[in-house]
Design a protein. Structure first.
Length: 199
């Protein structure tokens, strides 16, 4: 079961990174560089919080300790002030989708998916997968839409799998062999961690 953090305070600094598992081939003879794509590209974010008073910090630390052990932390994917509207209740429309085209149903009629919008898809086990919309397009009157995404889909989701567009989530493990926090002379605790999608 994924560990969630208290809603307040919210992070005050986030730094997303795309992990690309492709390979760039640079010929020793000076020929053209070749990019070879490989499946599995995913997101990692570094998250920092404002200084916390001990009663608040202790709850964060307790949950992060468990998340570090279990490898299952889930937090809101930072939209950084971007309002992605009211998409309705989108789900995967058709099993076995692959590549960079995503087809959904259940959206609010005429809802506009805009380039740069973030979304997370939830698989049958409850795991979230973060993707970014590459095209701007409006859903039809029937609430269906197809659009391009990055990175490519990492698994064939079931028909009807839930998609979060209004507020996507990112889920994974706390990166690194260790995790620490700091406390200053005013008894304020500083917390930060790096969360990487597990799959």
């Amino acid at each position: 079961m994924a560990i969630t953090l208290p809603a307040h305070p919210a992070p005050n600094d986030v730094n997303p990174t795309i992990l690309d598992f492709g390979v760039t081939l640079r010929p020793a003879t000076g020929g053209p560089v070749l990019k070879v794509g490989r499946p599995g590209s995913r997101l990692r974010i570094a998250v920092s919080y404002p200084p916390m008073e001990p009663p608040v910090a202790s709850r964060f630390i307790s949950r992060l300790l468990e998340a570090k052990r279990t490898g299952h932390l889930i937090i809101k994917f930072p939209l950084l002030g971007l309002n992605q509207g009211s998409p309705g209740a989108p789900v995967i429309d058709g099993a076995g989708q692959a590549g960079t085209t995503l087809t959904l149903r259940g959206l609010t009629p005429n809802y506009r998916v805009k380039e740069g919008y973030w979304l997370s898809i939830i698989d049958a086990s409850g795991q979230h997968y973060v993707h970014n919309a590459r095209t701007t397009i409006a859903a039809g009157a029937d609430g269906t839409v197809s659009f391009q995404i990055e990175p490519p889909l990492r698994k064939p989701f079931a028909d009807g799998a839930t998609v979060l567009l209004a507020q996507p989530m990112i889920e994974g493990f706390i990166d690194g062999g260790e995790w620490s926090w700091s406390t200053d002379t005013a008894h304020h605790t500083g917390l930060s961690f790096v969360l990487e999608e597990a799959s």
